[in-house]
Design a protein. Sequence first.
Length: 341
Amino acid sequence: MKWLLGLLAAIAIGAPAFAQKVYSQAELDALLAPVALQTDGVLSQVLMAATYPEDVAAAAAFSRANPHLRGDDAVRAAEQEPWDPSVKSLLAFPELLARMDESPQWLRDLGEAFLGQQAQVMDTVQGLRRRAQANGQLVSSDETAVYQQGEAIVVQPRAQVVYVRYYDPYIVYGPWWWGPHYRPVFWRPWSPFHVTVSHGFFYSAPDWHHRHVRVIHRPVHVHRHQHQVVPGRWQHRPPVHRAQGVTVRPHVRVPEAQRRPIVQQRQPMPAASGTSQQHRGTVRHSEPGREHRSVEPRREQRSDGHHNQRGREARGGGERRGGAEQRGGGQHRGGQRGHRG
């Protein structure tokens, strides 16, 4: 009996304090909807970069400080930075990198899902691509080739010029099928820029048959002594220790019941259904460029109350001014009595 109790105690001590979250299919669809239609090279490096959210934040700050850099020039400029190569590669596409940084909750969830459920993530991408293709929104163009490879839909640039385009998930996939509780994030639109990259820029690609991301060759713009990235199935490595003084935003998981889609549009976008339009109407445009998942619902309520109070004061002030003009006939004393009343 004692040995059994000892064994159970050892198992309890060795068990992890927190079980890894398992994302449902509804959550995976919502997480991958914003990026599933990007070219295979961009998609694979977005998925890898999502597992290094602090590096993404640092790279986005670097990109904001150097707005004139994009493409190979931006990646070369950050060669000495300790970030993961997948994160550095996204410096070539500042608009996409900025939206990832603006959505920290989405970014961390995507990274955790990719680390823990890589096969399901790859299957989800294919499911979303089939929906977009059936909806007539994923087709070949002058810049991009869309073709079938076995049962998988492959999206590739036709040349070394890459277009990272914006698309509205509520349009390209058709009416959202999971209801109001699991909805994709809504990014600020951007105009597609053509970005010229060197041969071999995309060092990874989805292996759709085996349902994982594969490293094809070493990254082009990374020194050998910084990162050991070897061909084969991608392996996550712990992030490089950062220098003192670098601040990292703490991660606070938002309860699912409090999550909302991120609406950053100044003008309303077409709704997929009546419920989605009603749901989007509840989100405020309080801080452009940042993610809002109703992290602080109480502050929003106080803000509403503050605006209502100001509205009552404005209406009350108008009524008092009106009363002062009627009773005082424009005289200073009558105006004072009217204001006090």
